[in-house]
Design a protein around this ligand. Structure first.
Ligand SMILES: Nc1ncnc2c1ncn2[C@@H]1O[C@H](COP(=O)(O)OP(=O)(O)OP(=O)(O)O)[C@@H](O)[C@H]1O
Length: 245
């Protein structure tokens, strides 16, 4: 599915943000407070932009009645207040769909895919931060969406699970829009990156096009050196310890 963010403005927070993604992984990076989550909130309809629009396959998300089926979001607000079991939470991913024989299999597949089958009967509130994050990712996958929106999906995850979750998102072959703080993970797993700074889109392109020392210095106020990953060849950044003013 094609996701388009067209000139989206939320007064005082983000201005004229445009980006597109279609059956690829697009990453949004930028400093704290640059408007990444606000942009995503407009995509998953938690926020209505003051101007501009978000389209999925050409239709405004506010007019798409099937959005709950087509789009899954793992957000900063994706928390669970009540004490459901892991299996129950992942089953919630099926709620937008009509009940079918597919449900149980989709839940089993999602649990296995994020490596939490052994946690299925545990209470969600008893889990560690990383385990909780994986449950919420499993819920999104169980939904079998065609657009997946992720706000810092690697939060709380150890390095192995960070790599697994991003490989998994990539392997779905659907449209994925994800906020990532780790620029090296973003370079490794995203087809294209959008850089936000102070509520504006300041660069977009492939990781190699975007992650250049000049831009990193300007946006993040750190000095970076670009090296090639010895096996994958993707650009990776090494940072000097001193930050620039
Ligand atoms: N509802 C709101 N009312 C007022 N200000 C807001 C609101 N939501 C966000 N902001 C402000 O807008 C700016 C952008 O917030 P946003 O959460 O989009 O940033 P972010 O790039 O996701 O940041 P982080 O990397 O810290 O998660 C921040 O300064 C934030 O305090």
């Amino acid at each position: 599915m094609r996701l388009e963010v067209l000139g989206v403005t939320v007064q005082g927070i983000i201005s004229d943000i445009s980006l597109a993604a279609e059956n690829e992984v697009v990453g949004i990076v930028g400093p704290n407070g640059s408007g990444k989550s606000t942009t995503l909130r407009c995509v998953y309809r938690a926020l209505k932009p003051d101007s501009g629009a978000v389209l999925i396959d050409g239709t405004n998300v506010h007019k798409r009645h099937d959005l709950a089926r087509e789009l899954a979001a793992l957000t900063q607000e994706s928390q669970v207040e009540f004490d459901f079991t892991v299996a129950e939470i992942v089953e919630m991913g099926r709620l937008p769909h009509e009940r079918s024989v597919r449900d149980a299999q989709a839940v089993r597949d999602a649990l296995a895919t994020v490596d939490i089958t052994h946690l299925a009967s545990r209470s969600f509130l008893s889990l560690s931060g990383g385990e909780r994050q994986r449950v919420l990712i499993a819920r999104a996958i169980a939904q079998e969406p065609r657009v997946l929106v992720l706000d810092e999906p690697t939060n709380h995850l150890d390095i192995r699970h960070q790599l697994e979750v991003l490989a998994l998102a990539r392997g779905l072959g659907i449209t994925v829009l994800t906020v990532l703080h780790d620029l090296n993970l973003a370079a490794s797993y995203c087809d294209r990156l959008c850089v936000l700074d102070e509520g504006r889109l300041v660069a977009s392109g492939t990781p190699a096009e975007v992650l250049v020392p000049e831009l990193i210095a300007k946006v993040f106020h750190v000095t970076a050196h670009v090296v090639r990953h010895p096996t994958t060849g993707v650009p990776q950044l090494l940072f000097d310890q001193e930050v620039t003013p």
